[in-house]
Write a protein that binds this ligand. Structure first.
Ligand SMILES: *Cc1c(COP(=O)(O)O)cnc(C)c1O
Length: 393
């Protein structure tokens, strides 16, 4: 199947059209740790990468490969590789591509775990990290122009749903000769394809929207063959390999990715509008709202605005949030996002659980901010649920 098939078909069939064993129509879960050969020459060829095949499960596995191939088709990359979690692929990318003395330019609003790598781990290996104000594109461009090995971007951001102008920042990075990595977890390949805007690598926490059912962890990265090979090589050695059973669950979840995300786009916009008009609600962060600072950029670079939003109660106190969250009937209060069920949480327990209160404050993340991951429920029920929970809050 070529790469020009429409997205809704690609999510169902992409990576799965091989003839599987015994004519199975579904991708088999291959639990075997090793793959045996009668012919030593063939074994050598596979080991050297001259012939396709598998040797040992820490390196490659057929189920895992089908998952990588499905994501690769959707992100329109040359190659893809995966890891056991989103952080597994992010750390494999950073530690695989960077060396002592290199410099990274990124933003203050990256995912909490990623910012931990930036604050705590990379500096120990003498990698210099500059984190810019996410809303100040000129400042980010200035830092990139000073020279850096890698530019790490994320949009929309977690949890304040800020939007970066990818084309603008990628242009700046190309001028400086930097590798551009984009975390596309919030947008999903349904809404945004950073590689088509010139990024070198696009990655996902597959745990979120790709899997979509909050029952499997995983991470994946796509881009040029050379860069992906370098990251794969580090990942096969650090050992953060995606499990075949998780790969299967992610593959199954991804069959409905297009259906789920288009529904979540529509519902989140409706909910964001409802919240904006509600007297008990303060600021609402959603790129689909005309009032969002970068609404125009979002309209140009995204096909849909995504399922993620965040908001503050007018009485912006943690006490109000503690009363509000348990009142919701159709929402898990949990540290996850992108699932079929609606999920709510606050930064201290979700995206930025890894950070201290001071670190969250430094990143401009209010403690009472409510992150809302829109599920696929009927939006009328989600809105009436919010309405009853907000009454006399
Ligand atoms: C959850 C998340 C990650 C980390 O993924 P894990 O699968 O939890 O390791 C990275 N980036 C973003 C934007 C996320 O939401």
């Amino acid at each position: 199947m070529n790469d020009l098939i429409h997205t809704g078909t690609q999510t169902v069939w992409g990576g799965e059209e091989k003839p599987w064993m015994q004519g199975a129509t579904q991708v088999p879960v291959v639990h075997s740790v090793s793959f045996g050969y009668q012919d030593m020459d063939e074994w050598m060829q596979v080991a050297k990468g001259e012939k396709s095949g598998h040797i040992y499960g820490r390196n490659t596995n057929p189920t895992v490969q089908a998952f990588e191939e499905k994501v690769r088709r959707l992100e329109k990359g040359e190659a893809a590789t995966s890891a056991a979690t989103g952080m597994g692929i992010i750390s494999s990318a950073l530690f695989g591509l960077l060396s002592a003395g290199d410099r990274v330019v990124s933003i203050k609003d990256t995912y909490g775990g990623t910012s931990k790598l930036f604050f705590e781990f990379l500096p120990r290996f003498n990698v210099d990290v500059t984190l810019c104000d996410t809303t100040d594109h000129a400042a980010i461009e200035t830092e990139i122009a000073k020279g850096c090995k890698l530019v790490y971007l994320e949009t929309p951001t977690n949890p304040t749903i800020k939007i970066l102008d990818l084309e603008r920042l990628i242009t700046a990075a190309k001028k400086a000769g930097s590798i551009v990595v984009v975390d596309n977890t919030f947008a999903t390949p349904i809404n945004q394809n950073p590689l088509q805007l010139g990024a070198d690598l696009v990655l996902h926490s597959a745990t979120k929207f790709l899997g979509g059912h909050a029952d499997a962890l995983g991470g994946v990265i796509c881009g040029s063959r050379d860069l992906v090979k370098t990251i794969y090589h580090f990942r096969e050695i650090n050992g953060a390999t995606l499990h075949p059973m998780a790969a299967y669950l992610l593959l199954r979840g991804m069959k409905t990715l297009h259906l789920r995300v288009t529904r979540q786009n529509d519902s989140a916009l409706e909910i964001a509008r409802f919240l904006s008009d509600h007297p008990a609600v303060g600021r609402v962060h959603y790129p689909g709202l005309a009032a969002h600072d970068n609404h125009e950029i979002a309209r140009q670079q995204m096909r849909g605005f995504g399922g993620m939003l965040s908001f503050e109660l007018r009485e912006n106190s943690l006490e109000g949030v503690k009363r509000f969250l348990p009142r919701l009937r159709f929402a898990h209060a949990a540290a996850n996002l992108g699932a079929v069920e609606t999920i709510v949480g606050i930064p201290a327990t979700t995206s930025h659980v890894e950070c201290t209160a001071q670190e969250r404050a430094a990143m401009g993340i209010p403690e009472g901010l409510i992150r809302y991951s829109t599920g696929i429920e009927d939006p009328r029920d989600l809105i009436s649920d919010l309405e009853q929970a907000l009454a006399d809050i």
